[in-house]
Write a protein that binds this ligand. Structure first.
Ligand code: ATP
Length: 514
């Protein structure tokens, strides 16, 4: 399936199976705002829990907080967001469409990247088993040329953005002859900066109202609470504070479903460390976070690191973990070495000391910070799009199956009486649901022929179907069917709990990080 078709299928499947709806759909929706439906809310919660368990529960030196979305407005002055949380925008004069100038250039590079992939595929076919990808990529003239081109373009973009040289960003777009992806027009306006924060007001009367922002990231709620948590938790450096919660950005272009939203959720962790140790912790968190992703079994070659050329004003190193989305490799998570920038800024703006007293060294210092920041919705899209597959079965028929990692699946098992009209079967099936629901999210489903029910549960991502038939009444056994292999096994009802647990238990999955 072409990538574009695949992405369309992801969006329609998410709606059809109760995962994601457009916000306020009856009023024709709100651009780049989405609602999570009955299954989506469960999947989202399970992803959040999986992250929280890995970060907070599994690390004795990481604690979690839940800070408010509203923060004192000076926070955003101190953090640099009021002055510098901008994206460079450019308009096309003919189509009147608005774009992020940096994204236009990056997409141009992604096209060159696709050419490299094509060369690799061609060569792999030509050389067969003897093909050595690494050697090919580092010696083939054409590939090296493409790589150099990408490198030169991105370096120039990074430099111009860093120097606020927006005229050069426009010049770059013109030199590369980048056209409006919707219309092909190359008639561009100048590049301008656009602040992404949403403003609002606090207070009853217009005169006394205070200008506030909806937080554009959760991180600042952690920084301003750094000392409170350190003191009340008696935390010793190195230690981390984690948080999940909503963030808001008035994104210039938001066309990729839940990849880029105006209201979204982040899962962030700030790790406070001794100055000078940031390189070591940067490597540690790169490695640890990648292991977390890989533990979900979504294909190791679907991830790659992308080190930043252009560093944000607060960072001395930064990398993205990119994932292969249906529209190509894109940022899923950021890992940033934020130095002592944030704490120093909050010290300056609040006039309060935000330092750590190191008993072993008998001295105080402002800690450095290593941040891991992942979008929950983006992670949802990664999991959902990667899991949606069309299988061709042995008899040539097709089935659509959502092969969600079982630990994340909204419903772990569906219990199905073979026939609806047999009261003994329906009662036994309902009793099984009543028993299993203490441990897992399970559902009862009696509508339609059993084959159709299997397909429905496959498409909804349910890892197990448990079928109650005539024999079940006689000997207290049921058949359990596995979503991915479609294998069916007759087992005792008493064994169900352990069979399901073995596959959906968080421990089973997180142990893969070891
Ligand atoms: P991008 O370059 O895609 O705009 P960013 O570098 O601005 O992302 P960060 O500020 O590092 O993103 O935010 C951390 C994470 O939050 C990102 O890796 C992404 O997963 C998520 N995120 C950021 N913006 C959005 C958004 N508009 N919608 C959904 N998730 C987002």
């Amino acid at each position: 399936m072409a990538n574009e078709d695949k992405f369309k299928k992801v969006i329609s499947h998410a709606k059809e199976y109760g995962y994601v709806f457009q916000s306020s759909e009856i009023y024709d929706g709100l651009s780049a705002v989405y609602d999570y439906a009955q299954n989506g809310a469960e999947l989202k919660k399970n992803i959040r829990d999986y992250w929280w368990k890995a970060m907070v529960q599994m690390h004795e030196n990481i604690v979690g907080i839940d800070a408010a979305i509203f923060m004192h407005p000076t926070t955003w002055k101190a953090s640099g967001h009021v002055d510098a949380f901008n994206d460079p925008l450019i308009d096309n004069k003919d189509s009147k469409k608005r774009y992020r100038a940096d994204v236009l250039v990056e997409d141009y590079c992604a096209k060159i990247e696709a050419k490299i992939e094509k060369e690799i595929k061609k060569a792999a076919k030509r050389f067969g088993d003897a093909f050595n990808k690494e050697e090919f990529v580092s010696t083939n003239g054409r590939v090296l040329g493409y790589k150099e081109k990408i490198d030169t373009i991105l370096k120039r973009l990074g430099k111009s953005l860093e120097n606020e040289d927006l005229a050069d960003v426009k010049a770059l777009i013109e030199e590369l002859e980048i056209a409006d992806p919707m219309t092909g027009s190359k008639n561009w306006t100048d590049v301008k900066q656009f602040n992404l924060m949403f403003g609002t007001k606090l207070g009853a009367s217009a005169e006394s109202a205070m200008d506030l922002y909806l937080r554009p990231e959760t991180a600042q709620g952690i920084f301003v609470n750094f000392l409170n948590v350190q003191k009340t938790g008696r935390m010793k450096i190195p230690f981390g504070i984690a948080q999940t919660g909503k963030a808001f950005r008035n994104e210039i272009v938001a066309r990729q479903f839940i990849f880029r939203m105006r209201e979204f959720e982040q899962m962030e962790m700030q790790f406070f460390i001794k100055p000078g140790t940031q390189k070591q912790w940067f490597d540690y968190w790169k490695d640890t976070r990648l292991k977390w992703h890989k533990s979900l079994g979504m294909g190791d070659d679907n991830y790659r690191f992308h080190d930043h050329e252009k560093l944000a004003h607060y960072a001395d190193a930064a990398t993205d973990i990119e994932f292969r989305f249906p529209f190509g490799f894109k940022e899923l998570e950021g890992i940033h070495s934020r130095t002592d920038f944030d704490l120093k800024q909050h010290e300056e703006y609040s006039g309060k000391k935000l330092q750590y007293f190191d008993h072993e060294e008998n001295s105080s210092y402002t800690p450095y910070v290593l941040e891991t920041s992942i979008g929950l919705d983006r992670m949802f899209l990664a999991v959902f799009s990667n899991s949606l597959q069309d299988d061709t079965l042995e008899d040539g028929s097709e089935r659509t199956v959502l092969k969600l990692p079982a630990v994340l699946a909204p419903t772990k098992a569906a219990v199905l009486p073979l026939v609806r009209k047999d009261e003994a079967l329906t009662k036994m099936a309902k009793d099984i649901v009543d028993d299993l629901k203490w441990d897992f999210n399970v559902i009862y489903d009696e509508k339609d022929a059993v084959g159709r029910r299997y397909r429905r549960q496959d498409a909804a991502g349910t890892p197990f179907c448990i079928t109650v038939d005539g024999e079940s009444i006689e000997n207290n056994t049921v058949t359990i069917r596995h979503r991915d292999t479609m294998e069916q096994k007759r087992v005792k009802v008493d064994e169900l709990r352990d069979i399901i647990k073995a596959e959906v238990d968080v421990k089973h999955w997180l142990m893969k990080m070891k």
